[in-house]
Design a protein around this ligand. Structure first.
Ligand code: GLN
Length: 478
C-alpha cells in the first residue's frame, strides 16, 4: 500500500451530496438503493454476509413517495448504510459471523441503529467480521475471509473488516462498526478511509453483542470526516438501556470548516514508536514527516513516554478475554442460536459450545476463565485492572498538556490473507497501538493520510470536536 495523496476534500460530505441529489430529483431513492444493492451482489470480497434487499427497497420507495408529495426529507433520509454483523436489527439474522448464532434472529434493534432508522437512513447490508469481534484480520469468520478494498491478496483488517471494505468501495455511504481494541481504527487504516472510535459511553452499546463491555464502542466508518461527524451526532446520546452512556454536545459543523490553525495545537507523540524495531519503515517515515510538517506549521510538538507495547497488549487481552468469557457464557445452546441433541444439560453445553465457537473464540474463553479462576485472578486479572488504572491516569496527565496524541494505527502493513490465524500471538501484538486508547476510553480517529495505513488522532474523553478540528487542519498540509 502507498500513501494516499488524494484526501483533499475531507470536509465535503458525500451524505450531503446524496441528500441534494435526492431532493433535486437527480436520482430516485429506489434507483440509488437498487444500484448499491447490485454492487454488493457483484462484490467478491466477502465483505457482506446478508443483503437486506426487500426491506431496503420498501424504505426507498417510501422516501420517493415523500419526495413526490413535496415533503421535506432529513439529511440522512434515504442514505444507504451497512452494519457490522454484531448489531441487532429486528427481524434480521444476527450471527456475529459465528456458527453459534447463525440461527439467531434479532428480536429488537440496537439503539444506535434505531437512531439511524429514525433519521431515515436505510440499512442495506450486514457486514462480515471476526466472530464476536475476536480478531484483527476478519479471517476468524464463518463467512470466509474479507479481502482488502485496495489489494485483494491482503486482509481487510479487523474485526470490522467488511464494514471498512464496503465503505472504501462506496457500496455504502457509511457503515457502523464496533471497536473494542481497534476494530474500527485498524481496518479504516488498512482500507484508507476514516473510522472513529468515540469516547466510551458516548454511543449506546444496547443491542451490540458484548465482547469486552468495558471497552466496547460503537462508531462509524466513512469516506469523509464530515460524514463521520454527521453520523456521530445522530447516534450519540444517553440511553436508559446502557447505564454507561453519557450525554454529549453534538460536534458542531464548524469543527470541519478548517478555520482553526495548526499553530493553536499542542501535539504529543510517543518516541518509543520510532525505536520499536517491529515498526514498518514506511509507516515510521510517514509519521516522522508529519511531525516535521506540523512543526513547520507552528504546532507545538511534545515528546511523551508510553508503556511498552507488550504491556498494553498483555493488559488488554487479559481483560478482554476475562470479559468475553463472562459475556459469552450465555451462549450455551439453550436460549440463543445453535442447539444440539444431548443426553443431559452439561453434555449439551459442551457439545454446542465445542462445535459452534471458532478456535480463536474458544482460545479466548479458555484464557478468560483461566485469568478469572481462583488462585489466578489476583495474580493476573486484578493486576491487569491495576495497570489499566495507571494507564488511564497517564493518559489524562498527557492529555492535560497535549491537545492531540498522534500515533500509528498499527506497526505494520496489512498481512496476506491466510498468514495470520495460525499465529495468534503475533496477531495480538499487531494491536499494540490501538488497545491502549481503548482501555483509556478515549476518542480516537483514524485518518486515511500521512502513512500507507493512515494515522490515529486521539484526544481527552469528550474531545471529539478537537479531533475533527485537528484532522481538518492537518489534512491541508499533507
Ligand atoms: N483485535 C482486537 C481483538 O481481537 C480488537 C478487536 C475489536 O476491537 N473488536 O480483541
Amino acid at each position: 500500500l502507498k500513501i494516499n495523496k488524494n484526501y483533499t476534500q475531507i470536509m465535503v460530505s458525500e451524505i450531503l451530496k446524496i441528500h441534494q441529489s435526492l431532493k433535486s430529483g437527480g436520482t430516485t431513492c429506489a434507483d440509488l438503493i437498487a444500484s448499491k444493492i447490485s454492487e454488493l451482489e457483484k462484490c467478491s470480497r466477502n465483505a457482506t454476509c446478508a443483503i437486506l434487499k426487500e426491506t431496503a427497497m420498501a424504505k426507498a420507495q417510501a422516501v420517493d413517495a415523500k419526495l413526490k408529495a413535496g415533503q421535506q426529507i432529513g439529511v440522512l433520509e434515504g442514505v444507504p448504510f451497512g452494519l457490522k454483523d454484531v448489531y441487532l436489527l429486528e427481524g434480521t439474522v444476527a450471527a456475529a459471523s459465528s456458527d453459534m448464532l447463525k440461527p439467531y434472529i434479532s428480536p429488537y434493534t440496537a439503539t444506535a441503529i434505531q437512531k439511524l432508522l429514525d433519521a431515515g437512513a436505510i440499512p442495506i447490508a450486514r457486514e462480515n467480521c471476526d466472530s464476536f469481534g475476536h480478531g484483527s484480520t476478519s479471517e476468524n469468520t464463518v463467512y470466509g475471509p474479507v479481502a482488502n478494498a485496495l489489494d485483494t491478496s491482503l486482509v481487510a483488517g479487523g474485526s470490522s473488516g467488511g464494514s471498512a471494505v464496503n465503505v472504501a468501495l462506496s457500496h455504502t455511504a457509511f457503515s457502523i462498526g464496533g471497536d473494542t481494541g481497534g476494530s474500527i481504527r485498524q481496518p479504516a487504516g488498512y482500507n484508507q478511509i476514516f473510522g472513529l472510535k468515540p469516547t466510551y459511553g458516548r454511543v449506546s452499546r444496547y443491542g451490540l453483542m458484548a465482547y469486552c463491555s468495558s471497552t466496547d464502542c460503537v462508531g462509524p466508518f466513512a469516506r469523509t470526516a464530515e460524514d463521520l461527524r454527521i453520523v456521530l451526532n445522530c447516534i450519540s446520546g444517553r440511553d436508559e438501556q446502557d447505564q454507561t452512556t453519557i450525554n454529549s454536545e453534538p460536534v458542531p459543523e464548524s469543527a470541519t470548516a478548517g478555520t482553526r490553525s495548526l499553530s493553536s495545537f499542542k501535539v504529543g507523540y510517543y518516541s518509543s514508536f520510532f525505536s520499536n524495531p517491529a515498526m514498518d519503515s514506511a509507516i515510521k517515515k510517514g509519521l516522522q514527516d508529519t511531525i516535521e510538517k506540523l512543526k513547520a506549521a507552528g504546532a507545538e510538538i511534545i515528546e511523551m513516554e508510553s508503556l511498552s507495547p507488550e504491556l498494553m497488549v498483555g493488559t488488554y487481552y487479559v481483560l478482554a478475554m476475562a470479559e468475553t468469557a463472562s459475556n459469552l457464557a450465555r451462549l450455551d445452546g439453550t436460549n440463543y442460536g445453535a442447539r444440539v441433541d444431548a443426553s443431559n444439560l452439561k453434555e449439551g453445553y459442551m457439545q454446542c459450545r465445542s462445535r459452534n465457537f471458532t478456535a480463536e473464540t474458544k482460545r479466548r474463553i479458555v484464557g478468560g476463565n483461566q485469568v478469572l479462576s481462583q488462585g489466578h485472578s489476583e495474580e493476573i486479572y486484578l493486576k491487569a485492572r491495576a495497570i489499566r488504572a495507571n494507564m488511564v491516569a497517564d493518559f489524562s496527565k498527557q492529555l492535560s498538556t497535549a491537545d492531540i496524541i498522534l500515533s500509528p494505527v498499527a506497526p505494520s502493513l496489512p498481512p496476506k490473507i491466510g498468514s495470520s490465524l495460525s499465529k495468534p500471538l503475533d496477531m495480538y501484538l499487531s494491536d499494540a497501538y490501538t488497545v491502549g486508547f481503548s482501555l483509556g476510553g478515549l476518542p480516537t480517529l483514524t485518518v486515511p493520510f500521512g502513512t500507507p495505513i493512515g494515522m490515529q488522532l486521539t484526544a481527552c474523553a469528550g474531545g471529539e470536536q478537537k479531533i475533527f478540528e485537528f484532522a481538518t487542519a492537518l489534512n491541508k498540509i499533507l
